[in-house]
Design a protein around this ligand. Structure first.
Ligand code: 5GP
Ligand code: ZN
Length: 117
């Protein structure tokens, strides 16, 4: 159920510190950690601590927390000294979403193609 921790959710387990991650930033509502399979020199995931299956569901249910995720994405870009970067919310398996706990990918440190493909 949205809004409550899910026993079978990888990112809920990272929030609960039951699975280790390289954590860069933590707030009352968010966690930022390095992706285990980086697709760029900087590849950080920013997640809400609360469980929602995707970014739109998060924004509909808890818009303030969705804003927190976006602000933290910007803070990561500053800390990683990224002048250009991309924020991606894969939504749905056809778009590459594999973890159904809302998360922003922050990608930078290399050239990024547009359109993304
Ligand atoms: P998605 O494909 O759902 O948009 O993004 C999920 C991301 O989570 C992937 O980029 C994947 O590499 C990352 N990931 C999967 N398992 C783990 C893990 O155990 N630890 C970390 N840090 N990242 C993970
Ligand atoms: Zn979760």
């Amino acid at each position: 159920e949205s809004g409550t921790p899910q026993d079978d959710c990888l990112f809920c387990k990272i929030v609960a510190k039951q699975i280790p991650a390289t954590i860069l930033r933590e707030t009352d509502t968010t966690l930022a950690f390095r992706d285990i399979n980086p697709q760029a020199p900087t590849h950080v995931l920013v997640i809400p601590k609360v469980h929602h299956p995707d970014a739109a569901s998060l924004a509909a249910a808890e818009p303030g927390v969705a804003a927190d995720v976006l602000r933290e994405a910007g803070e990561i870009a500053v800390e990683e000294k990224l002048d250009s970067y991309r924020v991606i919310f894969n939504t749905g398996s056809g778009a590459g979403q594999t973890v159904f706990h809302a998360h922003a990918h922050i990608l930078g440190g290399r050239g990024l193609q547009w359109p993304p493909g």
